[in-house]
Design a protein around this ligand. Structure first.
Ligand SMILES: *Cc1c(COP(=O)(O)O)cnc(C)c1O
Length: 432
């Protein structure tokens, strides 16, 4: 694989941008490599500055679902651009997007748009604290909710440890209000709630995507909902990845949960910067200008991002219900083939998957939480990642990320991916 130009850009970027990247995961550090630089993207492919093409399973970390540079989206956005790029004033399209989202998510009675997923979770947290008059936040180890101070806390090992900052620069005075529980372990949530009457909310990715894909076990989300109700703690679903991906109505539709608040992002902006948080009217109307919780944004509800999002959601919601079964089939085929090839070459590998996303873990045992995910073989993943890239297939540069399927991924690309896996697993298996 040629990398001359990317390597040059990499060096140049490092002279102006810390680590050469505007978001750390892009640096390929956890796989001890250097990133390629993208020239353009189309459909399921990325094309880099050295002329390499990759089948793309990162898909802008899940923000892309139609495929890159969709022609209908481009036409819609071109029209939007001609009407101006930002107003700092109201426009009808934001109502349309809010209506579509509230109609799709019955738990969302009111919502507000932001510019990123991080802003959505940050605002939801502030609102939960303002509404309940409490400070504590419960999160789950391995769940990522953007780079919000209160949520950059993962805590040590063991059960429900008292929060310790995961990032420097987060005041301990703030981090002490963050309690960390274990996904799929209701008892860890219960013991936190028993130990404190200051818990404002529990925030969770109902289907974990940020430790790789980890599904909630039977009864976990229902139990969480019941625990929260019992104690007057708000339940916040972070569906920034899962919303409109695992189903049109997100994970809450699949599992039949009625969270108090929901955060959205990624897909709903069609590849433009956006986020949203919404929920019960009585909570949401505590926001300024109606209420006493302040929240704002110059580019919130940006007309171009909103119209791009409306276009994407129009396709996902329409299309005679064909979209999600198609995503599901593509993911299923890939998962099954990859597991079976790995098995043939004696490579410890298993896949967690749901509609539109999956993660292959290099692990002998089922992956159900942070610990079992963290026990995966990162060295094998690194070899897999590099060899697949050489074969023209781009998986995330970390074991602990989801792979995303887009609607443009076709049978030929699936077969190419499988053929590449055959080669790569054979070589990994022969060395082990
Ligand atoms: C990506 C992500 C966020 C943060 O969204 P940004 O747009 O990157 O700020 C929050 N929660 C989850 C679950 C995410 O995957």
């Amino acid at each position: 694989m040629r990398k001359n130009r990317s390597n040059q850009y990499c060096e140049e970027a490092g002279r102006f941008i810390p680590g050469g990247v505007n978001s750390p995961v892009r640096a390929f550090m956890s796989v001890h490599d250097q990133p390629f630089f993208v020239k353009r993207a189309k459909g399921s492919r990325l094309y880099d500055v050295d002329g390499n093409a990759f089948i793309d399973y990162v898909a802008s970390w899940g923000a892309i679902i139609l495929g890159h540079a969709d022609e209908g989206l481009i036409a819609g956005v071109a029209e939007a651009l001609r009407d101006g790029t930002s107003y700092g004033a109201c426009h009808p399209y934001e109502i349309e997007l809010a209506r579509l989202i509230t109609e799709t998510f019955p738990s969302i009675e009111r919502l507000r748009l932001t510019t990123s997923g991080t802003e959505a979770t940050m605002s939801a947290l502030r609102l939960a604290r303002g509404y309940t008059g409490r400070n504590g936040v419960v999160k789950f180890r391995g769940c990522y909710h953007g780079h919000v101070d209160s949520l950059l806390v993962k805590a040590g090992s063991g059960l429900a440890t008292f929060g310790i900052p995961d990032s420097a620069g987060v005041p301990a005075d703030l981090a002490k209000h963050t309690y960390v529980a274990d996904f799929n372990r209701l008892d860890t949530v219960e013991s936190i709630m028993e130990g404190s009457d200051d818990i404002a909310c529990v925030i969770v990715e109902p289907i974990m995507g940020n430790m790789g894909v980890i599904l909630p076990e039977e009864g976990f989300l229902k139990g969480l909902e019941a625990l929260c109700r019992k104690r007057g703690v708000l339940l916040i679903f972070d569906e920034v990845i899962s919303g409109f991906r695992v189903a049109f109505g997100g994970a809450q539709h699949i599992y039949g949960i009625d969270p108090d608040m929901t955060c959205l992002g990624k897909i709903i902006g069609g590849g433009f910067p956006i986020g949203a948080f919404g929920g019960k009217r009585r909570i949401m109307e505590r926001l300024a200008p109606l209420g006493d919780v302040y929240q704002a944004g110059t580019l919130s509800g940006n007309p171009v991002a909103v119209r791009a999002g409306l276009y994407v959601l129009g396709i996902l919601g329409n299309a005679s219900g064909e979209v999600y079964p198609r995503l599901e089939r593509a993911g299923q085929t890939l998962s099954k083939e990859m597991v079976s090839i790995a098995g043939r070459y004696g490579v410890p590998y298993r896949v967690n998957s749901t509609t539109g996303m999956f993660t292959g873990f290099f692990s002998e045992t089922p992956v159900t939480d942070y610990d079992s995910a963290a026990a995966s073989d990162r060295v094998l993943y690194e070899r897999f990642f590099k060899a697949m890239l050489d074969e023209g297939v781009f998986f995330a540069p970390s074991q602990f990320e989801a792979s995303f399927v887009t609607l443009t991924l076709d049978q030929a690309e699936i077969e190419r991916t499988v053929a590449a896996c055959e080669k790569v697993f054979r070589s990994i298996g022969s060395v082990r």
